[in-house]
Design a protein around this ligand. Structure first.
Ligand SMILES: Nc1ncnc2c1ncn2[C@@H]1O[C@H](COP(=O)(O)OP(=O)(O)OP(=O)(O)O)[C@@H](O)[C@H]1O
Ligand SMILES: [Mg+2]
Length: 304
C-alpha cells in the first residue's frame, strides 16, 4: 500500500527515525488525517514488526472498565472477576500499543500509563505485585493536549514523556495540492479505470474536507460506484457535496482572492511534479526564485 503520498513524505521519512527506537511517539491531527496509518507505519518499520500492534480507543472504553482492560485483573478483584485476566498491555508483549484519543484517558489512569512507559511495569487490578512488560507506546489525539495540560486535565509529566517524537499531520485543506495524488491513489486502489470531470476536481479543491482523507476516500468510493466506472461527474457525488457546489458562498475561499490562492497552490504543486528543480519550476511559472520560495512557504508546499 502506497500510503506515503505528496507532502506526507517528509513526515513519514522522519517517522522512520522514531521507528528505529523504542521511545513513545505522539501523533497529532484532526480526524481522518491518517494518525493510525502513521502509527501502523512506525510499527511496521520497527524491530517489533513481527509482533502484535494493538489499537485501543481510550474514548470508547468506559472509564470504569479501562483499567481492567489495560492492566488486567486478579481473580476476586471485583464481583464477576472469577479468574485472573491479562490486560491488553500484557497481551501486547513484544509489540506496539496504539493509545488512540489519549486526551480522553481519565486522569487516574494517566499515572499508571506513565509508570508503564517509564518503569515498564504494570500492576493488575486487585494485585500488589508489579509485572514487567515490553511494549512500545504510540499515542494520538485530535484535541489540543497542551491546552488540556494547562487546564489540569492531562498530566504534565505524561505529556512530556509522550512527546519524545511528535508528528503533526496537517488537515487535507492545508495541503490541498496533495489532493490529485490521493484521488489517483484511491481510484487505482478501486481497480477501476475511471476518469474525473474537471468540475469535480474544482469542487474538490474548494471544499474544506472536515473529515480529511477518510472523507475523501468515502466520497470517491461512493462516486466510483455511482458513476458505474465511467467518468465521475458532479451528479455522482454524495448529496451534501452537490449541495455545497450549489451554494458557492460556503466555498473554502470566501472571496476571489482566496479562490485564486487555492488555484495558485495547485498550480505550483503540479509544476513541481514536472519540474522538481525549484529553479526550473520558478522559470516555468515566470516568477523569481525568491517569490517561488515565498509561495512554497505560504502554501506549505514541500518540494520533493
Ligand atoms: N496516508 C494515507 N494513505 C492512504 N489512505 C489514508 C492515508 N491517511 C489516511 N488514509 C485513509 O483515511 C482513513 C482514516 O485514517 P486514520 O484512521 O489513520 O485517521 P485518524 O487520523 O486516526 O482519524 P481519527 O482521529 O478519526 O481516528 C484510513 O482508513 C485510510 O482509508
Ligand atoms: Mg484514529
Amino acid at each position: 500500500m502506497n500510503i506515503v503520498i505528496g507532502s506526507l513524505k517528509n513526515i513519514f521519512d522522519d517517522a522512520l527515525i522514531a521507528a528505529s527506537t523504542d521511545e513513545p511517539v505522539l501523533i497529532l491531527g484532526e480526524t481522518g488525517t491518517g494518525k493510525e496509518v502513521l502509527a501502523r507505519y512506525i510499527h511496521q518499520n520497527s524491530n517489533r514488526k513481527d509482533k502484535i500492534f494493538i489499537p485501543i480507543n481510550c474514548a470508547a472504553i468506559p472509564p470504569n472498565l479501562l483499567e481492567s482492560e489495560l492492566f488486567g485483573y486478579k481473580k476476586g478483584a471485583f464481583t464477576g472477576a472469577d479468574r485472573d485476566k491479562k490486560g491488553i498491555l500484557e497481551e501486547a508483549n513484544g509489540g506496539t500499543v496504539f493509545l488512540d484519543e489519549i486526551g480522553e484517558l481519565p486522569i487516574e489512569s494517566q499515572v499508571k500509563i506513565l509508570r508503564a512507559i517509564e518503569e515498564k511495569e504494570i500492576i493488575s487490578v486487585g494485585d500488589t505485585k508489579p509485572k514487567q512488560i515490553d511494549v512500545r507506546f504510540i499515542a494520538s489525539t485530535n484535541v489540543d493536549l497542551k491546552a488540556k495540560v494547562e487546564k489540569g486535565e492531562f498530566r504534565k509529566d505524561l505529556y512530556y514523556r509522550l512527546s519524545v517524537f511528535v508528528y503533526k499531520l496537517p488537515p487535507l485543506r492545508d495541503r490541498i495540492y496533495d489532493l490529485p495524488e490521493f484521488v489517483k491513489y484511491f481510484i487505482q486502489s478501486s481497480g477501476k479505470d475511471v476518469k474525473i470531470d474537471s468540475a469535480v476536481m474544482e469542487l474538490f479543491f474548494c471544499y474544506p474536507w472536515p473529515g480529511n482523507i477518510r472523507e475523501l476516500r468515502s466520497v470517491l468510493v461512493y462516486a466510483i460506484a455511482k458513476s458505474s466506472g465511467d467518468k465521475i461527474q458532479v451528479e455522482h457525488l454524495p448529496d451534501y457535496l452537490i449541495h455545497f457546489c450549489k451554494h458557492p458562498e460556503i466555498l473554502r475561499g470566501n472571496n476571489a482572492r482566496e479562490k485564486l490562492e487555492c488555484f495558485e497552490a495547485y498550480l505550483i504543486s503540479e509544476t513541481l511534479k514536472e519540474h522538481p528543480e525549484p529553479k526550473e519550476a520558478a522559470r516555468f511559472l515566470g516568477i523569481s526564485l525568491r517569490t517561488f520560495y515565498r509561495k512554497l512557504k505560504k502554501y506549505r508546499i514541500l518540494p520533493k
